[in-house]
Design a protein around this ligand. Structure first.
Ligand SMILES: [Zn+2]
Length: 251
């Protein structure tokens, strides 16, 4: 069974349809999901959902686009210690959107990495047009973690791997124009690759323009398996082992 390493099931459009979403995921061979928080409210919901359903785990964080003026660090630290919270994030740097200043993003990212290390948990990295700066900050702090929805170049992927990070591919790797990204997917060591949907965003082919959901992680996994020259079943087994190792669950 595959793991969807990054989805936003706490968002209303998916949470209000959770039983159907999870049934379709299981039918597609996606047995576990990491529900990612983007602020304290969605992180709390993610933790509650993961406590209620053994197929779900949670990540707690403040999204870089939403971190300007963020004050709820005590709440985030409390969440970081909860049993079903397996990671901190999403966090990182986004130089594409400008809803939060670069200084605010750097400060929130640095603090989140400290909380993750104190909790002994990995970070889930959001990075947009900021790979070198993000990797510099990871190199300075040295948490464990994953580059979510990887969209960097080969050199940046290599540097993330050298820092011990996992690389997660989302729907865009299936897009026709993403040949460069598929070439990178072929180069990632088998024990460091993850897949995700980032649902409800970024649906893979042929679902572009619709609401994304965890079942579609299978399409991304089929694409990445093909890039890596692996049979789908072998890839799925490896990917779920990788997720288990990174996020530290034992079920
Ligand atoms: Zn996300």
């Amino acid at each position: 069974m595959l793991v969807d390493s990054h989805c936003h099931l706490a968002y209303d459009e998916l949470r209000n349809d959770l039983a159907g979403v999870l049934a379709r995921a299981e039918a597609a061979g996606v047995g576990r999901c990491v529900v990612i928080g983007t602020d304290v409210a969605s992180s709390r919901l993610a933790s509650e959902m993961a406590t209620a359903d053994p197929r779900l785990f949670a990540a707690a964080g403040i999204h870089p686009n939403d971190c300007e003026g963020f004050q709820e660090w005590v709440a985030l630290e409390e969440l970081s210690r909860q049993r079903r919270v397996v990671a901190l994030g999403e966090t990182g740097l986004d130089w594409y959107r400008t809803t939060a200043s670069r200084d605010a993003q750097r400060a929130a990212f640095a603090r989140t990495m400290e909380i993750a290390k104190a909790a002994g948990k990995p970070v889930v990295i959001h990075c947009r047009e900021a790979y070198d700066d993000t990797l510099d900050m990871i190199a300075a702090s040295r948490p464990a973690g994953v580059m979510h929805c990887f969209a960097g170049d080969e050199k940046q992927a290599k540097r993330a791997l050298d820092l011990g990070f996992y690389i997660s591919f989302a729907g865009p790797v299936t897009y026709k124009k993403s040949e460069a990204l598929r070439r990178i997917a072929a180069l990632i060591p088998r024990d460091r690759v993850l897949v995700e949907t980032d649902a409800p965003f970024l649906p893979p082919e042929p679902h572009r323009g619709k609401r994304n959901e965890p079942a579609y992680a299978r399409l991304t996994a089929e694409c990445v398996a093909k890039c890596a020259g692996m049979a789908f079943e072998d890839f799925a087994r490896q990917e779920s082992e990788n997720a288990k190792r990174l996020f530290g669950w034992n079920s």
